[in-house]
Design a protein around this ligand. Structure first.
Ligand SMILES: [Mn+2]
Length: 384
């Protein structure tokens, strides 16, 4: 009975809404066409005892990650405990591009097991699981990691349950965390398929790790063995463009014909580019909530030079031939720093991999909450 209801209701309602959310080709330029349903704010009071550090895309850069963890005050010799009981939240994209994807995954999985961290799913984990477990054609960005999986299968297999269980979203009272895009209608649609695990408060002594866990609002779309069975396949060819993918990949649109193509960090050239959803409220209207800060990664850019430069800027799209300008811009940025944010800084992208794309060192960013502060580290490189 229940199964029959699901089969009749869910796919139809989802397909219509998802198509209008910009998934099919006619609608691709109009992601704002969705009827937004504004999330009601959570009314749980902020407990000042709970303090977190949100870490952006790591992409296999273990040294820069260790640098930023030390800058944030986590103590390696004490099993990565923080003296103030702080907890880390990783925004996903632990793997690919950098030299030590497996070691980064092992460290974050260990941090999670020891209740020092939570971790969301990024598009690189999502795509990796699709190729590794489901046999989907590998993307260029995953190829090195897939080769490493073939070389070190046992070590990677041991991390599969961790990777397959990465959740999609965390909603703390006063803060939203997601890998790429907080799109209200897609979050709502995901909720219908991916009910959050309800974890009641254990006691008044609830620690910060348990408190954050209780606010995971969307769980992983994968089964524990890495199969994508918890979401129906949407999109024209049935293989892509789910609401979950909007949260971890955002939207894309055709590149301006005057620019032609854009170059990605793996050297691939694309005629579609990422939409900077947080900068275009006129296009998104009700689907981008401005009532609470959103911290996300995915849209690699540069660390700020000064206060006022901190709200996520336009995504760094590199057209062929712009590499020299990008390098000189990167050279003028501090490679390591700490910066207090302003009240107007509501959309915060902590993916500073624009530095590595411009030929400088890797740079891992973090957002401290509730201090409302940015911290970043480029593994031994301080200033220009
Ligand atoms: Mn990403």
């Amino acid at each position: 009975m229940l199964g029959a209801i699901r089969r009749v209701h869910q796919p139809q309602c989802h397909t219509r809404a998802v198509q209008s959310a910009g998934y099919d080709h006619e609608q691709r330029r109009k992601p704002h066409a969705v009827l937004g349903a504004k999330l009601s704010g959570l009314d749980v009071p902020i407990a000042p005892i709970h303090r977190i550090d949100v870490v952006g895309d790591v992409h296999g850069q273990l040294d820069a990650l260790l640098g930023v963890l030390a800058d944030l005050g986590y103590e390696k010799e004490r099993d990565w405990a923080h003296p103030d009981g702080r907890v880390l939240v990783f925004l996903g994209d632990l793997v690919d591009r950098g030299p030590q994807s497996l070691e980064v995954v092992q460290l974050v999985a260990q941090l999670r097991a020891h209740r020092r961290a939570h971790c969301l799913m990024g598009n690189h984990e999502f795509n990796l699981l699709e190729s590794w477990v489901e046999g989907k054609r590998a993307r260029g960005s995953n190829k090195d990691t897939l080769a490493d999986i073939r070389e070190r299968p046992e070590a990677w297999e041991a991390q599969l349950p961790f990777l397959a269980a990465l959740p999609l979203a965390i909603e703390l009272p006063g803060l939203r965390l997601v890998h790429a895009c907080w799109h209200i209608e897609c979050v709502r649609l995901c909720r219908q398929g991916l009910a959050p695990q309800v974890v009641p408060a254990s006691s008044t002594q609830e620690d910060t790790w348990a408190w954050v866990k209780r606010h995971i609002s969307l769980e992983s779309p994968f089964t524990p063995t890495g199969r994508k069975e918890r979401l129906p396949a949407w999109g024209r060819d049935g293989s892509h463009n789910t609401c979950a993918e909007v949260l971890i990949k955002g939207f894309e649109e055709p590149v301006d014909p005057k620019v032609g193509k854009v170059v990605d960090p793996d050297g691939g050239q694309w005629s579609l580019q990422r939409v900077t959803w947080w900068l275009e409220p006129e296009r998104y209207g009700r689907d981008v909530a401005t009532d609470l800060p959103v911290v996300f990664g995915h849209f690699w850019h540069m660390p700020p030079r000064a206060a006022g430069d901190a709200t996520a800027p336009r995504h760094l799209v590199t057209a062929p031939g712009q590499e020299a300008a990008r390098r000189s811009d990167a050279a003028s940025r501090p490679g390591r720093g700490r910066l207090a944010l302003g009240l107007a800084d509501r959309f915060l992208c902590v993916d500073f991999n624009g530095m590595v794309q411009a030929g400088r060192a890797a740079c891992i960013g973090a957002y401290r909450w509730p201090e409302h502060e940015l911290v970043w580290n480029s593994a031994g490189w301080d200033s220009p």
